[in-house]
Design a protein around this ligand. Structure first.
Ligand code: AQP
Length: 338
């Protein structure tokens, strides 16, 4: 058996990504990239949240491929399956079980305020289902199930983290200290990478192909998409997210992926055109993604090993989840298990 997570006293991290499309550099910069950095100081669970993905209609074949691709990406960025628990949400039924209990401790008004619900119901008017509405409760269950201390997420998930905290506090106020109240970990830089076509919106993997750089895009695709990124007519390379969101977004991507400061980039590109900035931002993406793509290919070619990692992860996660569920069942007064 691989390393058991609860035997040491390190704080617990949980984070999940939806297999709702092909991951973008937004997902990479805002979340995945930070996971590896945290590996040694935390007991971490990283989850492919496939049950969240079906809140929007998915093609089953494509969903299965996306699940596999995402699991391989967790490994390709270097996460060690012995140090981290890597698994699929639907392999651990306790996520759904706790979500049901927590639904009974969540108010309609709280859920109605969620911006992601408003955005997604506007995007999918023909399928505004109850799962989309209660998405934050399932996310709270994901986190609270493992007595999580820290949740590394992009800025768009801050509101969902707050509701998870509110639910935990409410539950604890009734039943005593049952659930750990988690803290968000939002990166200072790159917490919100913007769409290449509409830099007032965040980059999303379920948006049209030309709005994002995919983590698995070929160099040619990356160059082509960057070239067509929306900027402005001012032709000055200046970091000004409010007035120049498109240009500032490209500068952020370049800065984060190369480690060069925004001031240095501004100075280096003074007097140069947007074409140069776009070309260099593209090369920075290509260079950062190349080793990940190579590792990803290797993992995708070994599905048996990938499945073994996920099975082992699900078993380890289930054991931790069972402890929380036993407490919750007892406190709430559900029928005792025989
Ligand atoms: N544009 C972004 N910039 C920075 N971080 C981002 N994240 C997502 N987009 C950006 C972070 O990536 C993690 C995984 O996100 P998710 O798949 O659980 O859901 P999401 O936030 O809804 O991501 P997408 O790509 O926009 O997916 P779809 O299109 O399916 O809704 C999270 O930590 C998120 O903050």
């Amino acid at each position: 058996m691989q390393g058991e997570i609860k035997t040491s006293k390190k704080p617990v991290i949980f984070s999940g990504i939806q297999p709702s499309g092909r991951l973008t550099v937004g997902n990479y910069i805002g979340s995945l990239r930070n996971f590896k950095l945290l590996e040694d100081n935390y007991n971490s669970l990283y989850c492919v949240v496939d049950m969240h993905a079906i809140t929007v209609r998915q093609d089953p074949t494509e969903l299965r491929r996306n699940i596999s691709e995402l699991a391989a990406l967790y490994l390709a960025v270097g996460l060690d399956p012995n140090k981290n628990i890597l698994y699929c949400q639907s392999h651990v039924p306790a996520h759904a079980e706790l979500a049901w209990v927590l639904n009974c401790f969540t108010y309609m008004g709280e859920l109605q305020r969620m911006t992601q619900y408003k955005d997604k119901s506007a995007k999918h008017v023909d399928n505004i289902n109850a799962g989309l509405f209660t998405y934050p409760v399932l996310m709270a269950a994901d986190i609270l199930l493992y007595q999580t201390d820290v949740v590394p997420v992009g800025a768009d998930q801050k509101q969902h983290l707050e509701i998870a905290r509110d639910i935990a506090v409410r539950f604890n106020n009734i039943y005593g200290d049952v659930l750990v109240v988690p803290e968000p970990y939002i990166p200072k830089l790159g917490a919100k990478i913007l769409s290449l076509k509409d830099p007032l919106r965040k980059m999303s993997k379920s948006d049209p192909e030309d709005t994002f750089i995919g983590m698995l895009d070929s160099p040619d695709m990356i160059r082509k998409k960057m070239k067509r990124a929306v900027t402005d007519s001012d032709a000055r390379i200046k970091y000004d997210p409010e007035n120049k969101p498109g240009v500032s977004n490209l500068m952020s991507i370049l800065s984060i992926l190369t480690g060069r400061g925004i001031d240095a980039i501004e100075a280096d590109y003074a007097g140069k055109g947007y074409g140069v900035l776009k070309a260099e931002a593209a090369e920075a993406c290509i260079e950062a993604l190349a080793p990940i793509q190579a590792e990803h290919k290797r993992w995708m070619a070994d599905q048996a090993e990938l499945n073994r990692v996920l099975k082992d992860g699900a078993e380890r996660a289930s054991r931790i989840a069972a402890r929380t569920m036993a407490k919750v069942r007892k406190k709430v007064g559900l029928a005792p298990l025989f």
